[in-house]
Design a binder for this molecule. Sequence first.
Ligand SMILES: [Zn+2]
Ligand SMILES: [Zn+2]
Length: 361
Amino acid sequence: MEEPGQPAVVREVVVESPGPNEVLIRVVASGVCHTDLTVKNLNGNGMPFPIVLGHEGAGIVEEVGPGVSHLKPGDPVVIAYRAPCEQCPACRRGDPRHCYAALRPQPRIHRKSDGATCSQVLRCGTFATHTVVHAKAAVKMPADMPLDRACLIACGVITGVGATMNTTPVFPGSRVAVIGCGGVGLSVIQGARLMHARQIIGIDVNPVKLGWAKDFGATHVIDASKTDPVAEVRRLTDDGWDGGVEFAFEATGIPKCTEQAIKMLSYGGTATTIGFPAETDAVNLNLGDFSTGVYWNKAALHVCHCGDALPSHDFPLMADLYLNGQLELDRMITQRIQLGDVEAAFHEMETGNVIRSVIEF
Ligand SMILES: [Zn+2]
Ligand SMILES: [Zn+2]
């Protein structure tokens, strides 16, 4: 992205050699995530231009900088956009999943035409043949893990699965509702299945996405364009105790959906909001209603950032679950594209039925 408000373009960049504790990666595949489109639509979201988009990448280590001993050239890796910083209060108390910040490389990417330093989206910049990232943000993959699927782990999959394992651990036998059945919502559904939820209710307004929800493990689906999802969840879960789910996950970024998630909880349940809000977005929580008010229903609200992942632990776990046949990644790739097709992929994301477009280099 060269200018605010302009389409993304393919330009030549010069990528420096990695510095201390950095690695140079030849990108093999990168998913196109909604956050890349959001960064574009928010005119960089505070990042200086030019910007190299892309933060869901996998590739091969090409060069390691001084001080890097855990990786060597030729290693297959997935790039994590939140590698714990090791400095913040959470890291210092031994809770890296709640790290306030993330390790970042020095600026190593420059536009070839004028030498301008490029920002890297979420410290990654994977819409490029090569990128430099912090060495601890490059997580080694098993040798038999295909990198075109591995890239999905980096954002969409770990966000959704991690929401159910880390942010709000789903317990076996629980009831789960998932609002929004795109790439992240489908990953929440998969996570709920992996955690042995007994009822998984997928909610969307798009019948194609509801079909995907069933394919990825939803036991029930609700078309929220036709039915009030709160009433329908309560009806589907009615056990003589007013119904409701122990866990509701919002994967749309629409504030009203967070409100709905809270209202569809059973007593003592937890709603988790995942979608990226705009600066002025707000939710209105009723406290005092006897059946759905936050106070009387003893509802909790959690916020999920990137699945509260610990990439060095969780990314290899996701790869193992895929290789064991327990985590579906193949069907998440709805189209394979080239770097020059990113704008078209953004358009498809806004209008079409896409789980993930993956750029292959
Ligand atoms: Zn930290
Ligand atoms: Zn993302």
